[in-house]
Design a protein around this ligand. Structure first.
Ligand code: GLA
Length: 390
């Protein structure tokens, strides 16, 4: 993000809070190469932090329990003292409020803070602007309140904020990627042990292109939580009949078949996606390390097919874009990305074919849905960090 964002934040801070901010922190959004809806099912996922960020300027204000927070891009402010009733919190504030509330026993006695934030991560695009806001604000608050926290605990803390203050029972992928991301590396995250290794992101003549449907269907959070509980139900059932199983990783299609009659078709299909996606990520990590982009791309297409047909988290706009990608020989793989029900497709495409494809697919998308398609190249970015501290 250009330094002008920091300047704008500093300027706002000085003018409205009467001093320079003590801390400037930022956290990135993420893409996910493969491994969708399995971070909460003991799987592996393969996110990459991107060079789009939320940046936050923060400082203490000397008044116990007093908070002033401004969302620069929305031009919205909230100012309050003590605890703030959920009905008085705009959605964006919950991502920050959760940290304030979690890290103090008595918010009325806590050191008061002022904050202003801005970002360039498109919202509702499945690029985890929420996790970036959680991570950047948590980092700033921790610095100002003198809280020592390691990166993994910070990721778990941010996930808890999302569960308890936003109401989405998300997995750990987004927060972890926003905190552990590194330039030119994909994270192979083991969601069972919550640990990772890095994989080199060497795509030579290819790149990742995002095509943003521009739509967010209303099912997004209820549909997400509902799938999560459906998977928990299936797992409990399988475990009751096969107690030696300790995670989804040990559930095979054959084992699942043994419980077929006790499962609804919907739950059975969802379980198939989970089992196959866990295997696909393992195969994809090998393919990426062997620089076998063709195999990687095929796995992406397979992932999309299951997310659409079995897990049922795609939508007509996403399916349309993946079908358009399939017609383009220079695209090795394409799939919906993130929670689904809208947002972006991720496309692995030859560099020199990007321009033509973007022109063709944008026209086709406009003709089909009367919507403007936004396409972005993805560059990797750096995980959450404090930029300056006075
Ligand atoms: C959202 C959640 C993640 C993950 C993805 C789907 O982004 O926040 O935890 O479950 O959906 O893979």
């Amino acid at each position: 993000m250009a330094t002008t964002v920091s300047e704008k934040l500093r300027e706002y801070f000085r003018q409205n809070f009467g001093k320079t901010p003590e801390v400037l922190a930022q956290a990135p959004g993420r893409i996910n190469i493969i491994g969708e809806h399995i971070d909460y099912n003991d799987g592996y996922v393969m996110p990459v932090a991107i060079d789009k960020y939320i940046r936050i300027a923060a400082g203490t204000n000397g008044r116990k329990g007093h908070f002033r927070i401004h969302a620069l891009d929305l031009n919205e402010s909230v100012e309050w003292t003590g605890a703030l009733d959920p009905s008085k919190r705009p959605l964006w504030l919950n991502f920050i409020y959760g940290s304030l509330a979690e890290w103090t026993d008595d918010i009325t006695a806590a050191e008061g803070l002022d904050m202003v934030f801005s970002g360039d991560i498109p919202t509702g695009a499945g690029l985890s602007s929420s996790a970036a806001l959680e991570a950047s604000s948590a980092l700033a608050i921790a610095r100002l309140w003198g809280i020592e926290i390691d990166k993994k605990s910070l990721a778990l803390h941010c996930q808890k904020v999302e569960h308890q203050y936003v109401g989405v029972k998300c997995g750990i992928m987004d927060q972890y990627a926003s905190i552990f991301g590194e330039h030119d590396r994909a994270i192979l995250l083991d969601c069972l042990t919550i640990s990772h290794t890095y994989l080199p992101l060497n795509l030579t003549k290819h790149l990742f292109l995002l095509c943003n449907t521009g739509v967010t269907h209303s099912l997004a959070s209820s549909g997400y939580n509902e799938r999560r509980s459906s998977c928990e139900k299936v797992f409990s059932l399988v475990k009751a009949g096969a107690p030696e199983i300790s995670s989804w990783r040990e559930v095979t299609i054959e084992l699942l078949q043994a419980f077929r009659s006790q499962l609804s078709l919907q739950d059975y299909h969802r379980a198939i996606h989970v089992i196959q996606e866990i295997r696909r990520v393992k195969d994809a990590s090998r393919a990426l390390q062997d620089h076998d982009l063709k195999t990687l791309g095929n796995l992406m297409y397979q992932s999309h097919a299951d997310l659409s047909e079995k897990y049922d988290v795609s939508c007509v706009e996403l399916d349309f874009l993946v079908e358009e990608a399939r017609k383009e020989p220079a695209i090795l793989g394409s799939r919906m990305m993130g929670g689904g029900f809208g947002g972006c497709t991720l496309n692995l495409i030859e560099e020199n074919a990007v321009e033509d494809f973007v022109e063709r697919v944008s026209k086709a998308y406009r003709d089909a849905f009367n919507l403007k398609l936004e396409c972005y190249f993805v560059h990797s970015g750096q995980g959450a960090h404090v930029i300056t501290q006075h």
